[in-house]
Ligand binder design. Structure first.
Ligand code: GAP
Length: 428
């Protein structure tokens, strides 16, 4: 079983994720993505955008500002209801979420004496910021969910495009939460990215059920297509006492993480909560009927999905560690090696191949150490193809392509290389 420590160590070693502001001692709940991690996250977001917007006729994109008029958060209910129950250990004054029983139980084991807890207090998660040059500065909030940016632009999108209900507005962006207990690596951070879609439907129970079930199935199928095994994922319906204040009902997609089944996407039936609070309505262009649409939301976490993809892909074999990432997600698609770095003619030929592949694929160059070590380094970052240029290449223009998952090698004509990679990527 892969542990969280395996992933934390790989992420640091291979440039996926580093602790935020590390040279100043770090800052709890913030993480920086390195060369490999930023590319992996970008690939994930691009696939999501393609699947949710580009390939559909009924969803459009948006990129709203992080900071909005604070009136948005008053109206949406976040300034009062966006809160977690906080308790404090009276022995050491550490604070915990009262709804995370396992974390409280683990903490009691850290003390010899019996732990006494304070009464739970509601702790608001919105992060405050201050704007302006003269005092008093204007208090604003860093968005606690990217969602409200969609609702405040609902009318703009309806007026400026040809969308008709049912339709969705999707976006990807940063959100901020003043989490009481950030932890489990990037799982619970204070700054994170969300990929969300708000789908506007007719306000009736039948449409609500139909679209809720539809999006549940769509989202699970998509995650499976990225390489999650069926048994690694499950749905979990929210109990009445844990549902967010805006939701009529909600289901999470959970991953079987080393720290237990954990949510990384929520499908929420938000009813007319948000458009109602913002006093927004929709006029049916055919019947002229005016109503407040209901909303089915799919809300995924980019950082959590990235962490779970790493956990799922991490494979320890006898002689190597391999990240069996889906080829479309792998930070590097193909690595090019000259067999020997000190043979000018090999390096020149390999550089040509490298520059040629770079126009189509994320391509890495490596001429350090021996070929075996270069393969191992690429396996650890999940590179699906390695191409070696050797002396035979100079004679007949063929190269060796080595496949990550099987470690098998094939000799192929250089001319066909791009096509072979393209076919393999399509079939993966
Ligand atoms: N708009 C609805 C919404 O924000 P949520 O269930 O609070 O719903 C959606 O969050 C997703 O955002 C979660 O499933 C998770 O993937 C991600 N997320 C939420 N809080 C997070 C945190 N503190 N750190 C990392 N990701 C988080």
């Amino acid at each position: 079983m892969t542990t969280l420590d395996d992933i934390v160590s790989l992420c640091k070693r291979r440039g996926f994720i580093y602790p935020g502001s590390e040279i100043y001692g770090g800052i709890t709940g913030f993480w920086d993505y390195g060369p490999m991690g930023s590319q992996l996250k970008r690939n994930l977001k691009n696939l999501w955008w393609k699947h949710m917007i580009q390939l559909r006729d009924d969803v459009v994109g948006l990129d709203a500002a992080i900071i909005m008029n604070p009136a948005v958060w008053e109206a949406s209910g976040h300034t009062t209801a966006f809160a977690d129950p906080l308790v404090e250990c009276k022995v050491c004054h550490k604070r915990f979420r009262a709804d995370k029983e396992e974390e409280m139980i683990a903490h009691t084991k850290e003390h010899k004496e019996a732990v006494v807890w304070t009464e739970p207090k509601q702790f608001n998660l919105l992060t405050e910021a201050y704007l302006g040059v003269t005092e008093p500065k204007q208090k604003v909030y860093l968005r606690g969910e990217i969602t409200q940016g969609v609702f405040v632009n609902f009318q703009n999108v309806v007026d400026s495009t040809r969308v008709k209900i049912p339709f969705g507005i999707a976006q990807i962006g940063k959100a901020f939460r003043n989490e009481i207990t950030p932890g489990n690596f990037t799982f619970r951070s204070r700054e994170f990215e969300q990929m969300e879609m708000e789908f506007f439907i007719k306000p009736d129970e039948e449409s609500g059920k139909k679209w809720f079930d539809y999006w549940k199935e769509q989202r699970m199928t998509w995650y499976r297509s990225l390489g999650f095994k069926a048994e690694s994922l499950r749905f979990r319906d929210h109990r009445d006492d844990e549902r967010a204040f805006y939701a009529k009902f909600a289901t999470d997609i959970e991953y079987q993480a080393p720290f237990g089944w954990s949510e990384f996407e929520g499908i929420h039936h938000r009813g007319d909560w948000d458009l109602g609070k913002h006093k927004l309505t929709y006029k049916d262009p055919v019947t002229g009927e005016i109503f407040t649409p209901w909303v089915i939301e799919t809300s995924g976490g980019v950082d959590r999905a990235t962490l779970f993809l790493l956990l799922e892909a991490y494979t320890k074999e006898e002689k190597r560690i391999v990240l069996k990432l889906h080829p479309s997600l792998a930070p590097t698609t193909v690595a090019v090696f000259p067999l020997m770095p000190n043979k000018q003619e090999l390096v020149e030929k390999a550089k040509n191949v490298y520059h040629q592949l770079k126009t189509d694929y994320s391509t890495a160059w490596d001429d350090r150490g021996n070929i075996g070590k270069r393969y191992l380094a690429q396996d650890e970052t999940g590179t699906p193809f390695c191409v070696t240029i050797d002396f035979t290449t100079l004679e007949d223009d063929t190269v060796t392509i080595r496949f990550r998952d099987t470690a098998s090698q094939e000799r192929v004509p250089l001319q066909k290389l791009t096509e072979i990679i393209k076919t393999y990527m399509k079939e993966a």
